[in-house]
Design a protein around this ligand. Structure first.
Ligand code: ADP
Ligand code: MG
Length: 990
């Protein structure tokens, strides 16, 4: 029963704002005596997590987490709460705001949250509390929180061989053995982590205190553009779609091979740095799972590839063996920014089965216990059935075990798929970053800013967006696959096909995620509706695609490549793979109200007519509601007591009146009213009639709720049974979405279908453009100057010189981006393109500091260059921008020269090399496969100077640095001194 003394004692707590006074009000009405014991127990069990305890309609934080987390990170008012033995710090927020606060903790601060829910024993007023779910960055799948347009992976990294953890006997699964092994170590680890977290939090607090207003990115480009000195660049060669076919790619020749004396410099030792890549390099096995979609992948590769893997996979959370310090170091060196979790550091949830009879409050974030053990067994069976290396198996089992430990449940997984490096274009972390495929350069970690993905993404569905990002990060290296993708885009070149499909795709929800949520028991009626609605859209898309592919002429303007399947045939085949499951859709629509809430525990989502049982219960409940109204009315009249109110919410059946009216009820001693509580303004009574009526109503509600849950679970099981078909649908629709989106952007941005060139033919881009820079210029009302690029047997190495700001970097990147786009299966920004399939792109762009890794600019530059020189093959495309710039000129030139020679003589790949070291030119002119190019500038006799951004053959013998300095606004006297100095020291300025 309620301890009113304890509640009275709380009255002295300060109430600083509305929300707090709500909390305090709330805490008065709930017995809190057991809360502190629960808090202590779970803080010990989850020392690394933020513990949120559900008390009534609030989630509360206690002790130092109230201040450090609630106060500092969440901005909540923290107060002292009185208990019999003293006060503790505490704060909290309304339960309905849970997702918002979890988002802050998990997404923004990469913390994990242990959710402690309250369960009410049937027909009793007391609560038990239990942690039902630990939300970590990788297991956050509630769609209102997670960015659903990108995959959210949990990744486990393990040694491929010689694992420090030996797999224990067959009866123990790897994962659970794993968790157990770590349990005794937990305490020590936990202490260390708590200390680290404490220091970290202190850091956050200090950082927040000293927070500067976010700096705007410097935009010298804009300033220059505004300057009067710049002449308008000449019009770009206009692209006329009708002339595409007429354009003879073979004629494009943007440079000549100059003949000169070779420079006999010995370069071998410069590029042959000591070979650290002995056979002893550790091999790492990776397993990564998107809990929200069930995508599950594995791969194994050398540790040196880890950074590239992480850049491509972009995990939200990395699991590592807490014992393997070497792997730990490798992971933190490869990507220090992602949250890592030591396996076993998160304790397993208690068996939730025993809580099954107890009822969680409405909108509790509880996973209803389902056959979790059976699910895990099934997941491990899938893992066992797949052909995996031992490290991959361990990594898979660790992921499965971790999800089970934190969520109590598992989504239906797919068997882990092998990611094959050879089928994909290789791009390292530095390349992905330098090309700004998905994340802009500059502000590390920031997602805001122009990127290739942002520029071309026109997908309508989340699954499509995820697929497009995935393709850009790992373009195909298989010509047939590329042609297949391009064929599909071609199909949607027909604008009628495009618009009709796009409109229908808008009706498709994130079905993969809905299925995952349902199987993790955090899905609700809303997810069922989404599936039904999506199935209806699928039916329409299927019909539409079939009719389009039947009557539409195959292909758009550019037609399909010889030998490839006709686009219409491919589309019809995809349409046939779609399954509309009309019965399932009908069943859901018949049962679930279209205005159903998201939460399965919010009663009343079932159509009253869905069964006679439900209809009867609804009718009976209405009767009881009427009886309550009648009783209240009767008593009001009988006792002339207008303030009388029948209350049945939190504290049981109470009759509430104002204090003034209380005397009337009291006077009627034989009326059956018993005073239970006298408050400052109100009085509360009990009366058996009302108690009985409420009990009957509660019973009906419980029955209705059980009935609704039963119906819900039946539909959920039907959905889960159809999961394979739903997943196929999602896959097909994502591919269609991406193809239609690529066709849309192709039409908007004048992109063309690239042709794939045989190795003997040249790799040619006619009037190529940088899609992102072009869009930015367009936005500023300026025009991008298109440029040709051609690689051939005798022109593998293009050396681009020219002044700063002339457009070298832009040109280099655009050539790389054209290949990325083409091999991802998109059309490319050019008038025409015939391209080799490249096995890898290596980009080393500009000197920049990588402070996060504690390495100097030059060290980073050399490390990246070394990676390129070691790994590039003749089929690779290499982009080197200002290599050697990070050091003194003489050394810089030497390194640049050696690098060039190695690429030219040994690697023999396609390479673009930009440099403002024109000192280099005399030494390399004679190289037979090298062609010099430069950026054109315009200088008029009156001293005006402008960048033309045109790439022309030949060399640029001067850096024009003083002109650039002049453009940038260096004062005239300073410039005069610089000119005089240059003249005096015979370093002829341009
Ligand atoms: P560099 O590497 O030679 O210093 P960048 O490639 O960084 O030069 O280009 C500098 C700026 O010039 C770009 O930010 C862009 O605004 C402009 N620019 C570059 N290439 C072009 C082009 N082809 N057409 C129009 N403007 C360009
Ligand atoms: Mg540059």
């Amino acid at each position: 029963m309620h301890d009113f003394k304890e509640l009275e004692a709380d009255n002295s707590s300060p109430a600083a704002n509305d929300e707090d006074s709500d909390i305090l009000q709330q805490s008065k009405t709930i017995s809190t005596s057991s809360v502190l014991a629960t808090v202590r127990k779970y803080r010990q069990k989850y020392p690394d997590s933020v513990l949120l305890v559900r008390v009534g309609d609030f989630y509360e934080l206690y002790f130092e987490q109230a201040d450090d987390i609630g106060g500092v990170l969440l901005g909540l008012q923290v107060v002292d709460k009185k208990f019999r033995n003293g006060t503790v710090r505490f704060t909290g927020f309304p339960a309905r705001s849970l997702l918002r606060y979890v988002e802050i903790l998990v997404s923004q601060h990469s913390l994990s949250v242990a959710l402690c829910e309250q369960f009410q024993e049937p027909m009793q007023r007391s609560f038990t509390r239990k942690v039902t779910r630990v939300i970590t960055p990788g297991t956050l799948i509630d769609e209102s929180l997670a960015n659903t347009r990108v995959h959210s992976y949990i990744l486990c990294v393990m040694r491929a061989e010689n694992n420090t953890l030996e797999v224990q006997g067959q009866q123990q699964t790897g994962a659970s053995a794993e968790v157990r092994k770590h349990k005794n170590r937990q305490q020590a680890e936990a202490l260390a982590t708590v200390e680290a977290r404490r220091r970290w939090e202190q850091g956050i607090a200090e950082a927040m205190a000293a927070e500067e207003p976010p700096k705007r990115r410097g935009r010298p480009r804009k300033k220059l553009a505004a300057g009067k000195l710049i002449m308008k660049p000449p019009r770009a060669p206009r692209f006329d779609p009708t002339t595409v076919e007429a354009l003879d790619l073979a004629e494009i020749e943007d440079g000549n091979t100059l003949v000169d004396e070779a420079d006999p410099v010995e370069v071998a030792e410069l590029v042959e740095s000591p070979d650290t890549e002995a056979e002893s390099e550790i091999q790492l096995s990776l397993a990564w799972l998107d809990l929200a979609t069930g995508d599950f992948m594995v791969s194994t590769g050398p540790a040196s590839e880890l950074a590239a893997d992480l850049a491509r996979i972009r995990p939200r959370e990395i699991l590592i063996d807490g014992n393997d310090s070497q792997v730990q170091e490798l992971v933190s060196a490869a990507n220090p920014q992602v949250a890592t979790t030591a396996l076993g550091a998160v304790a397993e949830l208690e068996a939730t089965e025993e809580a099954a009879d107890a009822q969680p409050p409405a909108n509790a974030n509880v996973h209803w216990p389902m056959a979790a053990a059976a699910q895990q067994a099934e997941a491990l069976r899938l893992v066992a059935a797949a052909e995996l290396r031992s490290g991959e198996r361990l990594a898979c089992e660790a992921v499965v075990g971790y999800v089970r430990a934190t969520q109590g449940l598992l989504a239906p997984l797919q068997a882990p798929q092998q990611y094959t490096a050879t089928g994909h274009m290789r791009m390292g972390a530095a390349t992905i970053q330098a090309l700004e495929l998905v994340r802009p350069l500059g502000r590390s970690g920031s997602e805001a800013g122009p990127t290739l993905l942002g520029e071309i993404d026109r997908t309508r569905t989340s699954a499509g967006a995820r697929l497009l990002a995935q393709r850009l990060l790992a373009p195909s290296a298989c010509a047939e696959e590329i042609e297949r993708r391009l064929d599909l885009v071609d199909f949607f070149a027909d604008s009628r096909a495009r618009t009709r499909t796009a409109a229908l795709l808008d009706g498709v929800g994130d079905v993969e995620r809905a299925v995952a949520k349902l199987s993790l028991n955090c899905g609700g009626p809303h997810d069922l509706l989404l599936i039904a609605q999506s199935l209806r859209a699928v039916a329409q898309i299927r019909a539409t695609l079939r009719s389009l592919s039947r009557d539409g002429k195959p292909g758009g303007a550019s037609g399909s490549a010889p030998g490839s399947e006709q686009p219409a045939v491919a589309v019809r085949r995809m349409a046939l793979a779609l399954q509309a499951l009309p019965r399932l859709a009908r069943e859901i629509d018949a049962a679930i109200r279209s205005d159903a809430a998201r939460d399965v525990r919010a009663c009343g989502f079932l159509n009253a007519e869905s069964s006679t049982e439900v209809a009867q219960l609804h009718a009976a409940l209405e009767e009881k509601e009427a009886a309550r109204g009648a009783l209240q009315q009767q008593w009001r009249q009988e006792y002339s007591c207008a303030s009388l109110r029948l209350d049945g919410a939190a504290l049981g059946a109470l009759v509430e009146v104002t204090r003034k009216d209380a005397t009337r009820l009291r006077a009627e001693a034989d009326g059956g009213f018993r005073l239970v509580q006298m408050l400052r303004t109100r009085a509360r009574f009990e009366h058996t009639s009302w108690t009985h009526l409420l009990a009957e109503t509660d019973l009906l509600r419980t029955r209705l709720r059980a009935e609704e849950l039963r119906a819900f679970e039946q539909l959920r099981d039907a959905v889960l049974a159809a999961a394979p078909a739903l997943r196929t649908n999602s896959r097909v629709l994502a591919a269609i979405d991406v193809a239609a989106a690529c066709a849309t952007v192709a039409a908007e941005r004048r992109l063309v279908r690239p042709r794939l060139a045989p190795p003997a033919a040249a790799h040619v881009i006619a009037n190529g453009r940088h899609p992102v820079v072009e869009a930015q210029l367009l936005h500023d009302g300026r025009q991008f100057v298109a440029n040709h690029c051609r690689f051939g047997a005798a022109r593998r190495l293009l050396l681009v010189t020219g002044p700063n700001m002339g457009g070298k970097s832009t040109f280099l990147r655009q050539v790389a981006l054209v290949s990325v786009l083409a091999q991802a299966g998109c059309f490319v920004p050019a008038a025409a393109a015939r391209l080799h399939v490249v096995d890898a792109i290596y980009a080393r762009i500009g000197a920049r500091d990588d402070v996060a890794r504690g390495q100097s600019t030059f060290m980073v530059e050399m490390a990246e260059t070394a990676d390129i020189l070691r790994h590039a093959t003749a089929q690779s495309l290499v982009i080197l921008d200002e290599v050697g710039r990070g050091t003194a000129t003489a050394d810089g030139v030497a390194i640049a020269y050696a690098t060039l020679r190695h690429l030219h003589d040994t690697v023999r790949c396609k390479a673009l090399f930009a440099t403002h070291y024109h000192e280099l030119l005399p030494h390399v002119r004679r190289l037979p496969a090298l062609a010099p190019l430069h950026t054109a500038v315009h200088r008029s006799s009156d001293g005006a100077f402008a960048f033309l951004h045109r790439i022309v053959p030949g060399v640029c013998a001067a850096s024009h640095a003083l002109y650039v300095a002049q453009l940038a606004g260096i004062p005239k006297p300073v410039l005069a001194v610089a000119r005089a100095f240059a003249a005096a020291n015979s370093c002829k300025p341009a």
